[in-house]
Ligand binder design. Structure first.
Ligand code: NAD
Length: 554
């Protein structure tokens, strides 16, 4: 039953169109893919990942979106407002086929309380980042970013490898599930605390996690043994992080590195308070949501206090983009921001070169299409050893979820170049069907999120949210296939605005021109955003690539 979700979620594959063109077909297949039972965390509730990040507002809206896509002409644009299709206008063939706005609330009201009221009235849904913009590709979507983060941490603190180190984290959900694999790919040992056993099992099934432990002693023993032997090992430890971390301190067990990816951005539907079974949590969530939120926030404060104490005792500690520090600070933990966010600590230099989580998906459904594009990367970017290592490792270790796809961090210039290569491969028939090209919203020029992507900007522009809006407008006029503007992704309501973009390589000359434009402007916005903020590497990238910035040297 779950497999087909009452025949709503269909695995469209191959060359036969179910719509009036490949652009509409791509949207349809990606919407279905977001909700595929191999991809989404809770497809029966339309939840893709990240707490309650959804693909459509309700099943009625889902059906109407599907019907609209089937009927949509090649010169029309469908408008989707927080997961509900609201209009179709005649535009032109180079315009996006779909424009989406998700979870946007007027700033003075932009909090979870208002959101939940609107959600209850059926007026809104939470789009997270790639959930409501239909370019989620399962845990792979975050693996390379997580791998890059841990690789940079290893470079800065542990002689370039995590071999012989133990990392502790929590949360094995859609995104957090990438952590154990990213740690072992870097040669290290990982204990990932997760309160929901089914999530641990899912990560073991997909080989993101190696083994499961039911108690802390067992986990510590396994971890220390592997550390001593210099072996990579990941352990999913069943438990609540706000209880386990203090227990670790009590046992004098301090890991080498420490972070967290529980769904702390959402104190009601994401984080599970301490001292509760999952069933008790679910009951309280519906019977007394206010009490739930109170307990949840108090547990997060305990969790962050334990992280701070472990940091003082030597653990390299960082926030992994779930806004847990903000909640703890609001709860009175004054020094919650003493440990840094992962972007300023490890990722920003990449953003300065327009690098970010670029991805593509084979609409044919044939894994061979992705393996052929892997070969193209290895051939065309052979001078980039780090990238080639990544592709080889991804081929070996990453199991596809849903439509076959690949992620790799490419920068300004590289994305447009590779986009053309993919389009040529479709045109020549080397690939069996068109390919969708997109990215996460967690990218260099597409997000304003002061506790995450734009934390500690050099010029203090952390909260300036004009950039993602400019990014979306530019990508739309450039001819992206679908463009989205969201609020609250990653860090929760009130803390972020961000934009998504997806473009289809269908092998035509028109697509080639659109790809050249969009895959230049999109990472170009990242370079510009960081150059404008004063980062030398971004300024250099802008100059060397001839990006026109009227006030670059002023
Ligand atoms: P998810 O909702 O799919 O998974 C969260 C997991 O945390 C669940 O499995 C849940 O059971 C577990 N959990 C909740 N409370 C817990 C507790 N007290 N102790 C132990 N486990 C607990 O969410 P996700 O998609 O994995 O995202 C996780 C968080 O990371 C979100 O806040 C998201 O916004 C953020 N995020 C960060 C990045 C990044 O690159 N840094 C990217 C995407 C998402």
């Amino acid at each position: 039953m779950k497999e087909t979700l009452n025949n709503k979620i269909i695995r469209f594959r191959g060359e036969k169109l179910n719509t009036k063109g490949w652009q509409q077909e791509a949207v349809l297949r990606m919407l279905m893919n977001n909700l595929d039972s191999d991809v989404a965390e809770r497809p029966e509730d339309l939840v893709v990942y990240g707490g309650i990040g959804k693909a459509a507002r309700n099943w009625e809206s889902f059906d109407a979106i599907v019907q609209s896509l089937k009927e949509l002409e090649n010169d029309e644009t469908l408008l989707v407002q927080s997961g509900k299709p609201v209009a179709i206008f005649k535009t032109h063939t180079d315009a996006p086929r779909v424009l989406l706005a998700n979870s946007n609330i007027v700033p003075a009201y932009a909090n979870w309380e208002t959101f939940h009221e609107l959600d209850k009235k059926g007026l809104m849904m939470y789009g997270q980042m790639t959930a409501g913009s239909w370019i989620y590709i399962g845990s792979q979507g975050i693996v390379q970013g997580t791998y890059e983060t841990f690789a940079e941490l290893a470079k800065q603190h542990f002689n370039n490898t995590l071999k012989g180190t133990i990392t502790v984290t929590a949360g094995l959900g859609g995104m957090g599930g990438a952590q154990p694999l990213a740690v072992t790919m870097n040669g290290g040992v990982c204990i990932a605390i997760e309160v929901d056993e089914t999530r641990i099992d899912r990560r073991i099934e997909t080989r993101y996690t190696d083994v499961k432990a039911y108690n802390l002693d067992e986990a510590i023993q396994l971890a220390e043994q592997a550390k001593k032997e210099g072996k990579a090992l990941s352990i999913g430890l069943l438990g609540n992080a706000s209880e386990i971390l203090p227990e670790m301190i009590a046992r004098n067990f301090i890991p080498d590195a420490l972070t967290d990816q529980t769904s702390a951005h959402d104190p009601l539907n994401g984080y599970v308070p301490s001292g509760m079974t999952l069933e008790e949590a679910a009951d309280l969530r519906s019977s007394n949501p206010e009490k739930y939120v109170k307990l949840s926030k108090a547990s997060m404060a305990t969790h962050v206090k334990a992280m701070l104490e472990m940091m003082d005792k030597g653990a390299i500690t960082f926030d992994y983009g779930n806004n847990i520090r903000q909640v703890a600070k609001d709860e009175g933990v004054e020094n919650a921001f003493d440990f840094p966010g992962f972007v300023p600590a490890y990722i920003r230099p990449q953003f300065c070169e327009g690098k970010g989580p670029f991805r593509w998906v084979a609409l044919s459904g044939d894994p061979e299409d992705i393996y052929k594009t892997d070969q193209a990367i290895l051939r065309e970017f052979s001078e980039n050893k780090h990238l080639c290592n990544w592709i080889r490792m991804a081929q070996e270790k990453i199991q596809f979820q849903g439509l076959p796809s690949r992620i790799c961090w490419l920068g300004y210039g590289e994305r447009a170049r590779f986009g053309k290569i993919i389009n040529d491969m479709v045109a020549s028939g080397e690939l069996k069907a068109p390919v969708v090209i997109g990215r996460d919203h967690l990218d260099s020029g597409s997000v304003a999120s002061p506790n995450r992507e734009t934390e500690a900007m050099k010029d203090g522009s952390d909260v300036v949210a004009d950039w993602p809006i400019l990014n979306a407008m530019l990508n739309a006029v450039g001819g992206a296939t679908w463009v989205s503007v969201h609020h609250g992704g990653g860090v929760g309501m009130g803390y972020s605005l961000h934009a998504g973009v997806v473009i289809v390589a269908d092998g035509t000359k028109e697509a080639e021109r659109r790809i050249e434009r969009v895959l230049t402007t999109d990472p170009g916005m990242g370079v510009v955003r960081h150059a404008d903020a004063g980062y030398d590497l971004a300024k250099k990238t802008a100059r060397e690539n001839g990006i026109k910035m009227p006030m670059l040297d002023k």
